[in-house]
Design a protein around this ligand. Structure first.
Ligand SMILES: Nc1ncnc2c1ncn2[C@@H]1O[C@H](COP(=O)(O)OP(=O)(O)O)[C@@H](O)[C@H]1O
Ligand SMILES: [Mg+2]
Length: 242
């Protein structure tokens, strides 16, 4: 009867010989557990998925952004803060109102903020960016196929809204009512918005947010909206004179 073959009697496998060779030459190297969990470049790693979401959101941002603002960057620290808050927890971020005279960079900061949110790779990125004048045009009777109420509901429910140049269009009872409903319903739903306006938040003599938009709107805005005053020269004039 032949003895059962033992390992000792066998010629060591190629792998065992290789391991033995390595151990001899590098006595300090110990075999350890193999880390085969995904790296940030591989599916399964949270960072990989965040980057994919960011790519998708940035592509959406580019489509929603007029060519003039495709390089927009949020440089104002309060705008950056707000954008980061929206990316982290949109329900508690609140809204911002950028004020300042023409050419101080309000629209630039606003698109920059939308870009910054996209670049963070949020789980949801649905944005409507419009001017108040275009919005009134769309919402007026006959302004759209879907009708005033459907369009207003869309603007009210969109997760992220940029409403540019509030208070520049000719005001009427109707524009005041539409604007109030929009701001109020977004406020109640805790949805973040960026509003911009050439009107100052307050001014003792001249027109301001309250005198032009009305007391109801200005008091609604004051609830959860941070006013960010943009200052400086008219950048458009500066650009023209170059
Ligand atoms: N931080 C900035 N860097 C470079 N260009 C800017 C910056 N802010 C504004 N601009 C440019 O200056 C011009 C006026 O800015 P804009 O945002 O349209 O002003 P506002 O909306 O306050 O009237 C635009 O052409 C814009 O692209
Ligand atoms: Mg503007």
């Amino acid at each position: 009867m032949t003895e059962p073959a033992t390992l000792g009697n066998q010629r060591p496998s190629a792998l065992a010989r290789l391991m033995a060779g390595i151990a001899e030459r590098h006595p300090n190297i110990q075999p350890g557990p193999i880390d085969d969990s995904p790296t940030p470049d591989e599916p399964g790693h949270p960072e990989y998925h965040r980057r994919r979401r960011a790519e998708w959101a940035l592509a959406r941002w580019t489509t929603a952004t007029p060519p003039r603002y495709r390089n927009a960057d949020a440089t104002h620290p309060h705008v950056q803060e707000w954008a980061d808050a929206v990316a982290t927890d949109p329900d508690t971020a609140g809204s911002i109102l950028l004020t300042g005279t023409t050419g101080t960079g309000k629209t630039h900061q606003a698109y920059g903020a939308l870009r910054r949110i996209a670049a963070a790779g949020p789980h949801r990125y649905e944005v409507i960016a419009t001017t108040a004048a275009d919005m009134y045009g769309l919402l007026r009777p006959g302004g759209s196929d879907r009708g005033t109420e459907t369009e207003l509901a869309r603007l009210t429910a969109v997760p992220l809204l940029l409403l540019d140049d509030l208070g520049s269009a000719k005001a009427s009872e109707w524009t005041e009512e539409i604007t109030y409903r929009l701001i109020n319903e977004r406020y109640n739903a805790c949805l973040p918005s960026i509003y911009t306006s050439n009107l100052p938040a307050s001014s003792p003599d001249g027109p301001n947010i309250t005198t032009v938009l009305g007391e109801r709107i200005s008091s609604r805005l004051s609830q959860d909206t941070r006013v960010i005053a943009m200052t400086g020269p008219d950048r458009r004039r500066a650009l023209r004179s170059v």
